[in-house]
Design a protein around this ligand. Sequence first.
Ligand code: ADP
Ligand code: MG
Ligand code: MG
Length: 255
Amino acid sequence: MSVLEIRDLHVSVGEGNDAKEILTGVDLTVRSGETHAIMGPNGSGKSTLAYSIAGHPKYTITGGAVTLDGEDVLAMSVDERARAGLFLAMQYPVEVPGVSVSNFLRTAATAIKGEAPKLRTWVKDVKSEMDLLEMDSAFAERNVNEGFSGGEKKRHEILQMRLLKPAIAILDETDSGLDVDALRVVSEGVNRARSESEIGVLLITHYTRILRYITPDFVHVFVNGRIAEEGGPELAEKLETEGYAAYVKDSRETA
Ligand code: ADP
Ligand code: MG
Ligand code: MG
């Protein structure tokens, strides 16, 4: 049982006079076995939240706290965050020249578990998950992110999540750029993780589309760097028909 707690988180980008507060007091708790969807208009700070939890150096935490099982996540290095059980897909967004998917995954699994996974079971696990994600076995020998299509990047992201078995996974715009088949396959991967383990999922998305495949327990509407409303899956349906206009207008009036 794990719990990720975000308390009154304030985050800025830029320096000196150019510093701009993006997160303006985020409060959120994600427990094992729960799926939370964060939904909001473009530019509302959703990715900033993900990057801040991931420890991206561009983002300055100016207030608040993030803890995992009571441990101070913000004091951890990026590697320590992964070892503590956080999976942040954007942690490895870049091309890794000369490192194959297969070696990359095994190195990451070794770093997280503190010992190398047994080769026979590992190879079997990678193969079976790649089959389920409808990935060609040749993909394992390609260099990480080198020339990956949008769909390949997202499948690779879910492949990592499935093999590294985190306590809490944060998935930012996992649905963006996916056609319907890829969306189904990627969503099934997330749902396998949900049914096979007590994983906690923070699913960040602009569109309601992926929520037809992955039913969230909680929906949070994110506007102007904080959560403006919370509800159950029905809130996503309301957003689908009404959009974010009401929230954006409200926040301007009260700003
Ligand atoms: P979302 O993911 O909800 O679309 P982002 O977190 O990407 O929103 O961006 C929120 C705001 O912060 C935007 O106005 C964006 O321009 C700004 N921002 C995000 N990252 C940076 C950065 N590294 N440097 C400058 N501005 C940034
Ligand atoms: Mg505050
Ligand atoms: Mg974003």
